[in-house]
Design a protein around this ligand. Structure first.
Ligand code: TRP
Length: 341
């Protein structure tokens, strides 16, 4: 599979948590050794929704720069490697905006109207009058991917519609202008462990629900969050038999303590394991696994110029590719460029 390109982006929703780490980042880290990778923080996409509260949006840009920096720090601390991948900020490559404009001319409105995530966002953020930019969200995403001719896009299932639209738009462009400029982009839907919120096995960990453990939390904060987790309500004393299925502490042991899982289950069910001890053991495992990431994070926070350099070098590498793509695009579209006119 040599020579294929991977592209993916994340919205700057704030510092990352275990759900992002286990769900996306660890997978991206693996992909770096197989493909040429482009990972970007989509600051323009953050402006498609109004924002409000702690959410960044076009009405709420105060935290935008901080959020972008925090994510970049988390990415590098978690193992994205600037020597292997291009790590950068979406808006540092203006060719993406140009490609978005050109794509907007050939994106049928029907595709955008049918996009289920458009409706979800309108309802979720209670947007009375959705903007042109929100409607064009998938067109901008297609430009993100196709500016670098992305073959594969590692994303969650919720993004599949956007990736299919990217592929369709690329193919539509190719057939309109009679040249295979863009590849047939595919989503890489990887099986990821379901990371529950710390409040319930039935909820997904998310920053907006406040049921997350951030990479940036201290070990004390992490342990405290684990101590406060609800366990089996009918297990009041250590020797009461417990019900590990449905217990959120057990669900996290399933992620962090897999090799001991069956022992933990039977001890809990037999009433040989107290919840306090069970939580302390989990806190040790989780903190232990996060320790190297947190140590690296701390160094990056102390020396902000490192992240700035990584992002600037990443943008330079990405920009070079995007410039070539745009030259090809202008050419097949017969645009009157300064050179060819
Ligand atoms: N829409 C994606 C999300 O919400 C973020 C995103 C923007 C993206 N551009 C992208 C993902 C390009 C993959 C490729 O998660």
């Amino acid at each position: 599979m040599g020579g294929k390109r991977v592209t993916s982006g994340m919205r700057p929703t704030g510092s990352m948590h275990l759900g992002n780490l286990l769900g996306a980042l660890n997978n991206w880290v693996q992909l770096q050794d197989k493909y040429e990778c482009f990972f970007f923080i989509v600051d323009w996409h953050a402006l498609t929704t109004p924002g409000g509260g702690s959410a960044v949006g076009y009405e709420n840009v105060g935290e935008l720069r901080n959020r972008v920096r925090e994510i970049a720090i988390d990415w590098v601390a978690s193992g994205l490697d600037p020597d292997k991948s291009s790590i950068f900020i979406q808006s540092h490559v203006p060719e993406v905006a140009e490609l978005h404009l050109l794509f907007s001319m050939i994106t049928p409105l029907g595709w955008l109207e049918r996009n289920p995530t458009f409706r979800e966002m309108v309802q979720g953020y209670k947007i009375e009058s959705p903007s042109y930019g929100l409607m064009g969200y998938p067109t901008l995403q297609a430009a993100d991917i196709l500016a670098y001719k992305g073959d594969f896009v590692p994303v969650g299932k919720d993004q599949e519609v956007h990736i299919n639209m990217t592929r369709d738009l690329g193919q539509r462009f190719n057939s309109l202008y009679g040249k295979d400029v863009f590849p047939i982009t595919e989503a890489l839907l990887t099986e990821v462990p379901k990371v529950p919120g710390i409040d319930s096995v039935d909820k997904k960990m998310s920053k907006s629900s406040g049921n997350h453990i951030a990479i940036s939390f201290s070990e004390e904060e992490t342990s405290q969050k684990i101590k406060n987790m609800f366990t089996d309500p009918v297990k009041l004393r250590k020797d009461d038999p417990g019900h590990p299925d449905g217990c959120v502490v057990f669900a996290f042991h399933d992620i962090y303590n897999k090799s001991l899982l069956e022992g933990i289950r039977s001890e809990c069910e037999k009433g040989e394991r107290g919840c306090v001890q069970c939580k302390m053991q989990l806190a040790d495992m989780m903190n232990g696994s996060l320790r190297p990431i947190r140590e690296k994070r701390k160094k990056l926070v102390e020396k902000p110029e490192i992240i700035r350099e990584i992002l600037s070098a990443g943008a330079k590498k990405a920009e070079k590719i995007a410039r070539d793509t745009l030259e090809e695009v202008r050419d097949v579209m017969n645009l009157p460029t300064r050179e060819k006119f």
